[in-house]
Design a binder for this molecule. Sequence first.
Ligand code: XMP
Length: 321
Amino acid sequence: MKAKEIKLKNFKPREFIQKKVGEISSLVGRGFAINALSGGVDSSAVPILGHKALGKKLKTYFINNGLMREKEPETVASIFKRLGVGVEVIDARSEFFSALKGITDPEDKREAITQAFYKNVFGRLVKESRAKFLLQGTILTDIDETVAGIKRQHNVFEQLGIDPQKAFGYKIIEPLIGLRKDGVRKVAEALGLPKSLSERIPFPGPALSARVIGEATPEKIEIVRKATAVTEEELSRVDAFQYMAILHNDRVTGIREGKRDFGMQIEIRCWDSLDARTAKPTRLPYDLLEKLVRRITKEVKGVVSVTYNITEKPPSTIEAV
Ligand code: XMP
């Protein structure tokens, strides 16, 4: 089944919200639903929409999979608390790291994340909460690339012939399925999400494991997490669609305190894009790049080389994995 695209030309976010609230409410009926936040704009819009439709019949979780950005669980949970949506943080770090153990192939990694999310963690939460529905923020771009066989986005099932009810024991509701990122931002704004969320750069479901080339071990995730914090801090002043730090698998020879240091490499990407279908690297000021490199090599232990990627999408994709 192909999700129908909602064009932005005459898009009215408030009417869209009203329609979706009605649909969610009639689908769930007297039942219960759950949903999970990942810190990106799509997953942040869904609980507000769901909350409008279901009130207490929706339970929102933040799955701490160990792959999130610095201070993310606390920050996101406190923003939603202020918005009147309670968020329960679930510690699933060991489940995700054992699912990722020994996996180096990008698609196998994505599949491991998908199974850990949907089968193990949500499967358990659905049983405990007796929910029959999972609300999630899948958007059109996720589907396009999965169906085209470019990347298996962590949250796409039906279009691959997978019935979540049979595979995991619950139904999935996807209110944002007709939209792309620019449309979701309009909805997020109309839902009253603070700009820090509605304008937040996208962040993928597989989180920092999509930013480690090769096996995503806890140690490597920690390194990319630190590099991400510095990168986001420095590039937040730039008006870009998305930016990120990627940890490479190969090491290179560097020098530290006059001695040879066979160290790690970080790649920076910063994208200009409207809807993530195509993207161009941002023409960052050289001074800013130099500052970023100085900070990463100083603050992220073991990194001796930092590069800035200027390849367009296509042939690149936005994330490295
Ligand atoms: P790519 O790397 O495919 O990314 O050019 C396009 C956009 O999608 C985000 N992305 C994901 N989002 N689940 C998500 O929810 C995923 O598995 C996933 N993979 C990539 C990516 O950050 C970019 O904005």
